[in-house]
Write a protein of this length. Structure first.
Length: 244
């Protein structure tokens, strides 16, 4: 009976403390199993494979030309005088644009009265389109290449155009296409010389056309195209100069 007194005392002491302490201080079996569980969790966490880093999105090259020249100054006044005799507005008539850094246009026209020999009518216009590099849409140069191809197809498919002829235009920008055709308007035959060219991330279109009234002859296709080539070369140079 006396030998069991210490054991009874310990049991009563454990019964008097909170349950949390009983689990940790009065049961050596529980503390041992808890330690094993914690070690297993640590081992599992340590052996987990690290998460893979996301693959970086390839960046596109920045556009070479960040701005455009004034479209009405892209062709020199001297060339306008040569191509459009008796031009109405020497400074040109600018087209509407909500963003002149991305698109611009200008046109000139004139009617030269030759008396009994009739009258010569001439019109020239220019369009400038600039493309920025975009992470989603691609580089400015690639976007300009796509627009260049679309523009060439658009000119070739001009409604009512007859005798359409195309050829490459050498020495004009990175790539260029010359398109000539005739079109019946106001009872007269108008002849057109058009060049679409791309210089880096900019697409330029120059259209030069004319006709003869009251007996004057319609201009020859070759003559019109010579004028178009001269004008478009000046426009390509103007784009480069605006970005120096």
């Amino acid at each position: 009976m006396h030998r069991s007194a210490p054991r009874l005392t310990r049991i009563l002491a454990c019964a008097a403390v909170p349950a949390m302490l009983v689990a940790t201080g009065c049961s050596s079996d529980d503390s041992g199993s808890g330690s094993g569980t914690s070690a297993s969790a640590s081992t599992a966490a340590g052996s987990a494979a690290p998460s893979a880093s996301p693959t970086p999105t390839p960046s596109v090259a920045p556009a070479k030309f960040p701005k455009l020249p004034d479209a009405c100054k892209a062709i020199t006044a001297k060339t306008i005088d040569e191509l459009v005799p008796e031009v109405k507005a020497k400074a040109g008539t600018p087209g509407k644009s909500s963003d002149l850094s991305s698109r611009g246009s200008c046109s000139w026209n004139g009617l030269e009265d030759k008396g009994v020999k009739g009258s010569d009518y001439r019109w020239i216009d220019i369009s400038l389109l600039r493309f920025e590099s975009d992470q989603t849409l691609g580089s400015g140069e690639k976007r300009a290449q796509d627009k260049y191809a679309d523009k060439v197809a658009e000119v070739k498919a001009t409604e009512g155009a007859i005798d359409v002829r195309t050829s490459s235009a050498q020495g004009v920008g990175n790539e260029a296409r010359a398109i000539s055709y005739s079109l019946k308007k106001t009872g007269e035959t108008f002849r057109y010389g058009v060049i679409v060219t791309r210089t880096e991330n900019v697409v330029i279109t120059v259209s030069y056309n004319g006709t003869g009234y009251a007996g004057a002859k319609t201009p020859a296709a070759g003559t019109l195209m010579e004028g178009t080539v001269k004008a478009v070369k000046e426009a390509v140079a103007a784009v480069a100069a605006a970005n120096k």
